[in-house]
Design a protein. Sequence first.
Length: 139
Amino acid sequence: MIFLTRKAEFSAAHFYWIDSWSQEENERVFGKCANRNGHGHNYTVEVTVGGEVDPVNGFVVDLKELKDILDREVVSVYDHRHLNYEVPEFRTAIPTTENIAIAIWNRLEGKIPKAHLHRVRLYETHDLFADYYGELDGE
C-alpha cells in the first residue's frame, strides 16, 4: 500500500449561524464569523488516496484523472461561491472547516478509480486545518 496526495485550491465565503439562536447568542459563540454577509478564505485541500502501484505505469492512480475529479467535484462547486447560499450541503450545515472537509470526502468517495480515499485535509488558513478519514469502523 502506498499513499499519494494531490492539492487543490479554491476561494469561498462563509459565515457561522444557527437559526434557532438569537443574534446575541450567535455573536457570542461565533464572534465576527456570525456576520451574515460572510467573509472569505483561500482554502487548500489535500486529498490522499491509497492503493497498489500499477506494475506497468508505476502509478497508484492516473494523476490527470485525479486532478480532473478534484476540479469537477470540489473546485468547480466551491470556488468563488458563498458556501451558505450557493452550495447545497451547507444550507443545513454550518460551513466550518470540519464540515467542509467531510463534505469534500462525501463528494469524492467512490469516484476515484483504482484507489481508495484515505484522507481529506482542508486548510482554512495556513495554521488551521481539519483532517477527515471517513467513518471509522465501530463509530
